[in-house]
Design a protein around this ligand. Structure first.
Ligand code: PRX
Length: 566
């Protein structure tokens, strides 16, 4: 029997207040996520239980109990306070998947800071844009990433301290301070900021089509949704060994890689190493993973390696599997049944929604290829793209939209009210994706409704890539689009028009690629470059990426009436 029991019954009867009560959210005036992920579990008698089993890329293993988590997060919280970090200050986590990242996240929340996790593979330009936008006060990082921070720190007057978790003070410069989590004097009692349910907690940056990346700002009350979705969708139980493969630089890695599993009191395992089929299977076998939350690109990479390699490992511990971030194709669901004896359950949500909103549930029939149904407490529909009225005919494609009001919905885009307001139409939050709904109420994802590129489950804004490209002296104009890819779903392709006096050739292409490599994350790097005489534009001068994309995907070009030279 799954945790949720009957979906239909829960969908009609559930109210968020029930999850709040079950979690005892607000007991003794306490609303802080940091408390509910550590001290709360210790008070319930799980202090000696493993909270985190971490494995580094060299095979080194570290274990942390819930009591360790409580004490180390206290220690970090106190250290931040001692370094003049105040309630509401943004503290960036810029690290690989090391224990300090996970525990530091809890520490920041405990002292009332706003955690701003950023993917450690980001180039300096991507890092700068996000720190500058958030006016980040402190960054916590590792020696290996310090170079990037040093190259931009002079342009960030608000960045007062750089905390380095693995360096001796002697190797550091002014405003850089070392902090060894396990060697610093431990803080057993810390006065956790009680918080308010609406107090800002996490700031996650996400890419849009135009302009800078946007900081989706979440609040402490988000834990109510993260808790109950972890319980009902991920089906987490106290005896689970849970593995979320996402990096906390992205929302899956915090909502379900930190908050969800820890508030549910499970043991979570982390592998700080890249993808490797056999490495992954060996990790599941060794740790007896029972619940595995991953992404379609990883599943497609596993599929490529075939079933024989699966048989070399004992993966019988796996009880439940789920996936997020991109469309999960029906073949992947069917393959996983053959490979692991159970399907991957597709889950749909976004940085902005903070928690799973449309999904497949244990106990509810899966229709392979469908994202499933709305979570209890979520009213979801598809809207007519012109009138923004709900579409009532089954099978008709429209814009996925949600009725605002669930606890983990973002409360703002940081310092960007205009863009935030533009996401709401007719009282609906419009997700920016297209889908249809079938007669049984299942959602079938069709695609994004904008030019954002989804490569291997990571959203990449074309604007960032284009901005980096046009900084090169030879580039007159540039456009970036997603091109089909069998494993990553999409990879980045760049179209470049050169300035007069420059000739296309391999050396120039390499020069441009090397030039942008420093600025962008590896994910955003174009896999293909095409030189063109000019780019198609609308009469108002906007690049028509839609047209370039349609050519790449072999699709109908559609309405080109606004094209400049038609
Ligand atoms: O386009 C949808 C796609 O990923 C977007 C959200 O990306 P992000 O904010 O980075 O958060 C990713 C992890 C929650 C969505 O707007 N997406 C997410 N899940 C699915 C999906 N596309 C298809 N199927 C999904 N299950």
């Amino acid at each position: 029997m799954s945790n949720i029991g009957s979906y239909e019954e829960k969908y009609t009867s559930f109210h968020w207040k029930q999850a709040e009560d079950e979690l005892q959210y607000g007991k003794n005036g306490m609303y802080n996520i940091g408390y509910y992920c550590s001290d709360y579990l210790c008070e319930k008698g799980f202090g000696n239980k493993q909270a985190l089993i971490w494995e580094g890329f060299t095979g080194e293993v570290k274990n942390f109990t819930y009591d360790d988590l409580r004490i180390f997060s206290n220690t970090i919280a106190k250290f931040l306070q001692d370094n003049e970090v105040n309630v509401g200050d943004r503290v960036c986590l810029f690290m690989d998947k090391i224990p300090e990242l996970y525990i530091g996240f809890i520490g920041i929340l405990k002292m009332g800071g706003i955690a701003q996790p950023l993917f450690s593979a980001f180039g300096e330009e991507a890092l700068f844009t996000r720190l500058d936008d958030a006016k980040t006060k402190v960054i916590i990082t590792q020696k290996k990433h310090l170079g990037k921070v040093r190259r931009i720190k002079d342009k960030l007057p608000g960045l007062t301290k750089i905390i380095v978790v693995d360096a001796d003070q002697s190797s550091l410069q002014t405003n850089e301070i070392h902090f060894w989590m396990e060697k610093t004097e431990q803080v057993d009692n810390f006065d956790i900021v009680k918080a308010d349910p609406e107090m800002p907690s996490v700031l996650h940056y996400t890419s849009g089509t135009t302009g800078k990346p946007k900081g989706a700002q979440h609040v402490h009350a988000s834990i109510i949704a993260q808790y109950i979705t972890s319980k009902w969708v991920l089906d987490l139980r106290l005896d689970d060994v849970y593995w979320c493969t996402a990096d906390p630089g992205w929302v899956t890695g915090t909502s379900y890689g930190i908050i969800g599993p820890w508030v549910c009191g499970v043991t979570q395992v982390i592998l700080d190493a890249g993808f490797g089929t056999e490495k992954w299977y060996a990790f599941i076998q060794k740790n007896k993973v029972t619940m595995w939350y991953s992404a379609p690109t990883a599943i497609r990479m596993l599929m490529k390696e075939g079933l024989d390699v699966v048989k070399k490992y004992d993966l019988s511990s796996l009880r439940h599997l789920a996936s997020v971030g991109e469309p999960l194709n029906a073949e992947a669901v069917i393959w996983s049944e053959k490979a692991f004896g159970r399907p991957f359950y597709d889950t749909y949500w976004q940085t902005e929604t903070g928690a799973i909103v449309i999904t497949n549930f244990p106990g509810l029939k899966i229709k392979p290829g469908s994202m499933g149904k709305p979570f209890p407490g979520i009213t979801a529909t598809v809207l007519n793209p012109k009138t923004f009225e709900p579409i009532t005919t089954a099978g008709t494609v429209g814009l996925i939209a949600l009725k605002p009001g669930w606890p983990s919905m973002m409360r703002a885009y940081w310092d960007n009210k205009e863009t935030y307001d533009s996401k709401f139409k007719n009282g609906w939050y419009v997700c920016g994706d297209r889908s249809s709904i079938d007669d049984d109420g299942y959602f079938w994802f069709v695609g994004r409704d904008d030019d954002v590129i989804n490569t291997a489950g990571h959203l990449v804004g074309p604007f960032e890539i284009e901005s980096a490209l046009i900084e090169h002296e030879a580039v007159a104009e540039a456009a970036a689009i997603g091109k089909p890819d069998p494993v990553n779903m999409e990879v980045v392709k760049a179209f470049i028009a050169l300035k007069p006096g420059f000739e296309k050739n391999d050396d120039l292409e390499l020069g441009i690629i090397n030039f942008i490599r420093k600025r962008l994350s590896p994910l955003a790097m174009p896999q293909e470059v095409e030189f063109v005489p000019s780019l198609p534009k609308t009469r108002s001068g906007k690049i028509m990426r839609r047209l370039l994309r349609a050519q790449e995907w072999g699709e109908e070009i559609g309405d080109i009436s606004t094209l400049e030279n038609d």
